[in-house]
Design a protein. Structure first.
Length: 298
């Protein structure tokens, strides 16, 4: 996407609190080291493990002067041994929601949120088994059932029959924070559009829940809490924030935020997802994504 494109297309509306929010973290920051493939970052709290990017086969983009990350691994720092390979379900170049809460407090669990398709994101959970990090299955179907029930209620409120055709706009599961060593809080959301009539714009069925996944063991997890999120809030609500979403809803579209604080890396805002407008400086808006990256856009 050409960065000269006026961000006024983002349709910021200070008076409309129902705008959509993007909580997407930019692709992993690029190291200044000669060989970025060997750089460790986002270490576990005990200092034993860390993340490492791979740029093999990736090419530089015209916009960012940085390489696209083709894979992400977790390694044991002392030996550089890979203890968690890059998720096979992830799109490449890999896009992550990079949050400091990836590690649990005991450094034995990981929550990794990444993009799986043009309109879909997911979260995978992992547990240390003494040799490697092994994926922990969590009750995704139970959450999807709650979402389907909520969308059905919204469809009924619109006066539309249950079988009305829908078009997927966005579906995502995002890890927010570890509540304790074995429990992680997440956000689940699905947005579908439906055609009301030829004379009206499509309506959106937007169902969103926060929930806590409690890990008992590798094969046993449970939903400790599930709460419906009304409206467009839920990612750490604050009264002085306005939620927004890029107006261009093509899945591949994004906006590179270059005007950032000294010492911080540029980051991207992606279509279909949510971000905050947290203030103004001069003629610019100050925006913040879900990883607390801040920057100015015109």
């Amino acid at each position: 996407m050409n960065n000269s494109k006026n961000v006024s297309r983002c349709s910021f509306n200070r008076l409309n609190q129902s705008l959509f929010v993007l909580t997407v973290c930019a692709v992993a920051a690029i190291a200044n080291a000669a060989n970025p493939d060997n750089q460790i970052y986002d270490e576990s709290l005990d200092g034993r493990f860390g993340f490492r990017d791979s740029f093999a086969g990736a090419t530089k983009t015209e916009e960012s002067n940085t390489d696209a990350v083709s894979a992400i691994e977790v390694v044991e720092i002392s030996s550089k041994r890979v203890v968690l390979p890059s998720p096979k379900e992830a799109l490449t170049p890999i896009h992550l929601r990079r949050q400091p809460q990836a590690w649990s407090r005991d450094s034995k669990h990981i929550a990794l949120s990444f993009q799986t398709g043009p309109r879909t994101w997911t979260t995978t959970l992992y547990e240390w088994d003494g040799e490697t990090f092994v994926e922990v299955l969590w009750p995704r179907d139970a959450i999807l059932k709650r979402i389907a029930e909520e969308q059905a209620a919204q469809l009924k409120a619109l006066g539309m029959p249950e079988g009305t055709p829908r078009k997927l706009v966005y579906e995502g599961f995002t890890a927010l924070e570890w509540v304790d060593a074995t429990a992680v809080k997440m956000i689940a959301e699905r947005i579908d559009s439906v055609v009301l009539s030829k004379d009206q714009p499509p309506a959106e069925l937007d169902a969103r829940f926060s929930f806590v996944i409690k890990i008992r063991d590798l094969r046993k997890t449970e939903i400790a809490d599930a709460t419906k999120i009304p409206g467009t809030y839920g990612y750490g609500d604050q009264e002085d924030r306005v939620e927004a979403r890029l107006a261009d809803e093509q899945p591949e579209s994004s906006y590179l935020v270059n005007d950032v604080e000294e010492g911080r890396q540029p980051f991207r805002l992606y279509a279909l997802e949510r971000f905050w407008v947290v203030g103004e400086k001069g003629d610019d808006y100050v925006v913040e994504d879900g990883c607390s990256n801040k920057g100015r856009v015109p």
